[in-house]
Design a protein around this ligand. Structure first.
Ligand code: ADP
Ligand code: ADP
Ligand code: MG
Length: 471
């Protein structure tokens, strides 16, 4: 078993990994840059090392992190999500220095991180892919010709994209001509690569993804699916496990496809295979070669600790579960509580958390790195808390979600919490009958009132003053 792990991340996911290490008797080591000096992952880890003033450079410096791990006697690095988690050079550097990278091999990260290469691998493995270009597009002429063949609408997508960026829908040749250079420029800026490809736009699809685990002994299992159709600008807001919109046959089929996909590339560790579903058609979209933000809801329905499994797999152990051992029960929802103002085009709302009261009660889980008095730095993600609820039935989990969102008190910054309550109240969500167009199709859900009882505002003010005075 691993003895000491460097966590090359920050925020809630760093805390999540530290917690798994603590339960497994593994020593955890945090890294941080100056704006994170008072961050929870720094306080909570067994050791913590500063990587300098720059808010980001330290978290993004493979050589420095690997050297630090070696100097401090770590035997592994867990990359979390974002940052260097899908950087094949980082994984390669670990491999070359006999450090365990908690994730798949650098070759697999490389292959799956390039979306056109991933499509090639899946085509070869017999996994259905979204119709589209064979590889990267050579220019606008090829794009226009191909779009005529596939039929509009089409999607132009960044080959190295992620986090919902570098994706544009084009409904006509004019739009394609206009959007094409924009995707290239966005891809270059965000991902350092100008490569783009084309997919048929699947209209009103459901985003269904499957969590898989694979060990170094050739065993692959899936932990059922998540429905991440509630998205805004291709970014997930609310995630659900299992999907309340699948038939048992679809569930079996899609789980099997994910295992086939992972086995085809000799995958190792935790990963997610993302699909688009329309009617009874399922298309592979991409594979994320890391732990995902929404791994929590799969943990709630299956009872499997995914980060623990990641660390076990990285230690060379066989999976703790065979496919037939893995059952799921009930439903789980995850709300990504972002420090954003939904009423102002989801503008980030960084600042000091004057008052935070965690929701609780039956079936409630919170993954976060915030606390009362914490100042959300402007340099990182706006996601500040993951609220997860579990219940036996769909009706109960929706009600529990609403209740838990109402339980929570988070003052000082604007958040998406009240907006999510509006989504839960919508009949199409409750039905359930929704797809990735739900959020764009319901702008009226933004017309809610955030006002609470005046006594509560007074309480929040008192708490803010108290925190300020250092009581
Ligand atoms: P998940 O697939 O786990 O739902 P997200 O798409 O929300 O994850 O991404 C998680 C984090 O990783 C976000 O901070 C996102 O901006 C970042 N991210 C994901 N893919 C990339 C990428 N290719 N390049 C840079 N950042 C990325
Ligand atoms: P990322 O790496 O940024 O997560 P994905 O390829 O997973 O990018 O796509 C993100 C989201 O964009 C999907 O969940 C889906 O809502 C939308 N999307 C991507 N490709 C298509 C497509 N071909 N048709 C319809 N929607 C798509
Ligand atoms: Mg994706």
């Amino acid at each position: 078993m691993l003895k000491k792990v460097l966590i090359a991340n920050r925020g809630e996911i760093a805390v999540r990994i530290i917690r798994a290490c603590a339960e497994m008797g593994i020593r955890s080591m945090a890294i941080y840059t100056e704006p994170d000096r008072y961050a929870l992952h720094v306080k909570r880890a067994d050791e913590a090392y500063s990587l300098g003033e720059d808010p980001l450079a330290g978290y993004l410096d493979p050589l420095r992190i690997v050297n630090l791990a070696l100097e401090t006697g770590c035997d592994a690095i867990h990359p979390g999500y974002g940052f260097l988690s899908e950087n094949p050079e980082f994984a390669r550097l670990c491999e070359q220095n006999n450090l365990v990278f908690v994730g798949p091999s650098s070759d697999v990260i490389h292959k799956m991180g390039d979306k056109t290469q991933a499509r090639d691998s899946m085509r070869a493995a017999g996994v259905p892919i979204t119709p589209g270009s064979d590889g990267n597009l050579s220019g606008i002429e090829e794009a226009l010709t191909l779009a005529e063949q596939i039929g509009y609408p089409v999607m132009v997508k960044a080959t190295s994209g992620g986090g919902g960026r570098g994706i544009r829908r084009c409904d006509t040749a004019e739009e394609l001509t206009q959007q094409y250079p924009r995707v290239i420029s966005e891809a270059t800026k965000a991902f350092g690569s100008a490569e783009v490809f084309m997919e048929k736009c699947i209209v009103d699809p459901k985003h269904i993804e499957v969590q898989i685990l694979a060990d170094s002994h050739g065993n692959v299992v899936h932990l059922y699916e998540r429905d991440c159709s509630i998205q805004r600008r291709n970014q997930k807001l609310i995630e659900i496990a299992p999907s309340p919109q699948l038939t048992p046959e679809q569930r079996l089929y899609i789980g099997g496809l994910a295992v086939k996909a992972a086995a085809a590339v000799n995958y190792e560790n935790a990963g997610t295979v993302e699909f688009l579903l329309t009617g009874n058609e399922v298309y592979f979209m991409e594979m994320n070669t890391r732990v995902q933000v929404e791994h929590t809801i799969t943990e709630q329905i299956t009872g499997v600790d995914i980060v623990r499994e990641q660390l076990r797999i990285a230690s060379g152990l066989t999976l703790s579960y065979r496919q037939e051992d893995i059952a799921y029960r009930g439903y789980a929802l995850q709300f990504r509580i972002n420090a954003e103002d939904p009423k102002n085009d989801f503008l980030p709302s960084f600042g000091r958390i004057s008052h935070y009261y965690a929701p609780g009660g039956p079936g409630v889980r919170v993954d976060t790195a915030i606390y009362t008095g914490y100042e959300i730095p402007p340099y990182y993600d706006s996601m500040c808390l993951k609220l997860v609820v579990w219940a036996l039935t769909w009706e109960e989990v929706v009600a529990r979600g609403e209740r838990a969102l109402d339980d929570m008190r988070l003052h000082g910054v604007k958040t998406t919490a009240s907006y999510y309550r509006q989504i839960l109240k919508h009949p199409d969500f409750q039905q359930p009958n929704f797809n990735t167009s739900f959020v764009p199709n319901h702008p009226e859900l933004l017309n809610y009132s955030d006002k609470r009882h005046p006594s509560e505002i007074a309480l929040a003010l008192a708490a803010a003053i108290a925190a300020h005075a250092g009581w």
